[in-house]
Design a protein around this ligand. Structure first.
Ligand SMILES: NC(=O)c1ccc[n+]([C@@H]2O[C@H](COP(=O)([O-])OP(=O)(O)OC[C@H]3O[C@@H](n4cnc5c(N)ncnc54)[C@H](O)[C@@H]3O)[C@@H](O)[C@H]2O)c1
Length: 327
């Protein structure tokens, strides 16, 4: 397939670009490069621009004869979205509307969308299935839900078929440590633990040690970025085969605690870095993990990597690239 990957120079996008190319697909990346890294996509064709630019999107799709889009481009920090909701609605929602309009003009009607488990907010039930109540607790989560709603209507009104993948906690790096998440741009636990282990950041703070979980710390579903990449390719194949829209949870189905992440990082790195224990943070759910039955059954996807492989690959990346690709 010939695929436009928006946000393809970012963390998850760049891993997906490599997986697509390894699978024989032709890829063009569209990225503002606000957070993207040229080095992360090697010699992949790159158009520097904004998904909101409908004219650009139409031109690239037509000129490059592309037949599907994978849409990663967005801002992604729930905390920041509470301070600057206008930036999130503008970039994530209006930006996507520009992209969809460009796709219609170019008559490209297949899209895979990066949604998030943030659409569920604090889960009403565990494990979290696609039927769980949807109540985002940040403007970021709301933007993901709003785009899902837009996609529903673009299907009904224009026949634009889409798959929305609701990722749980993306983590890990290329297995050889050559490509990973830049901790300058993220507030995710694993990069922050690595930063603390390497003495490049403050001591890691564990918020809440008295939760009703096996070791008292909060539980999340960490999914390897390579497993995410694989799911995007399966979603494209599904769209080509079934010509129908769908929504899937994308998690491993296994919860891991903050303490497990910290202990495994100590084990993998061989560094006994200091850890601070702090009270619970208001608004942090106790536990979140996915019911991934649907994505396993319908897309035939299954996770290949466990928490140890996530930490191991992340360590390989961070310890060899403490400044990311930057320096
Ligand atoms: N990282 C996670 O744990 C996680 C979890 C759930 C969902 N997601 C979603 O997955 C997607 C990718 O996340 P990531 O971690 O790779 O983020 P990232 O910030 O590393 O990558 C996003 C890329 O999009 C680009 N971009 C942003 N706005 C753009 C625009 N308007 N036009 C063109 N390019 C633009 C940025 O420059 C960046 O390269 C996002 O939509 C994010 O919300 C991420």
């Amino acid at each position: 397939m010939n695929v436009l990957v928006t946000g393809g120079a970012g963390y998850i996008g760049s891993q997906t670009v490599h997986a697509l190319r390894a699978g024989g697909h032709r890829v063009v990346v569209l990225d503002t490069m606000e957070f993207g890294q040229r080095a992360a996509i090697a010699d992949t064709q790159l158009v520097v621009g904004n998904v909101a630019d409908t004219v650009l999107v139409e031109r690239v799709l037509r000129d490059e004869r592309l037949d599907a889009v994978i849409h990663f481009a967005a801002y992604k920090a729930p905390g920041e979205s509470m301070e600057q909701p206008e930036r999130y609605f503008a970039n994530n929602v209006s930006g996507t509307l520009g992209l969809l309009t460009g796709m219609l003009k170019a008559n490209v009607k297949r899209l895979v969308f990066s949604s998030s488990c943030a659409v569920y907010g604090t889960p009403s039930q565990l494990p979290v299935s696609e039927q769980n109540a949807l109540h985002p607790e940040s403007p970021y989560g709301e933007t993901k839900l709003m785009v899902e709603e837009m996609l529903k209507w673009f299907d009904v009104c224009h026949g634009l078929r889409s798959v929305a993948l609701r990722y749980f906690n993306a983590a890990g790096a290329a297995l050889d440590g050559s490509n990973g998440e830049d901790w300058t741009y993220t507030l995710n636990l694993i990069p922050l633990v690595m930063k603390a282990a390497l003495g490049k950041g403050p001591a890691i703070k564990v918020f809440g040690t008295d939760y009703p979980t096996p070791d008292g710390t909060a539980v999340r579903d960490y999914i390897h970025v390579l497993d995410l990449a694989d799911a995007h390719i399966k979603a494209l194949e599904y769209l080509e085969r079934e010509q129908t829209s769908n929504i899937f949870n994308l998690g491993t189905g296994t919860g891991s605690s903050v303490k497990q992440v910290v202990d495994l990082t100590k084990q993998v790195s061989g560094i006994d870095f200091p850890v601070e224990y702090a009270p619970r943070r208001p608004g942090d759910p106790i536990a979140v993990w996915a019911d991934n039955t649907k994505v396993r059954t319908v897309l035939g996807w299954q996770p290949k990597y466990n928490l140890h492989e996530i930490i191991d690959s992340a360590w390989r990346w961070h310890s060899t690239h403490p400044e990311g690709f930057g320096k």
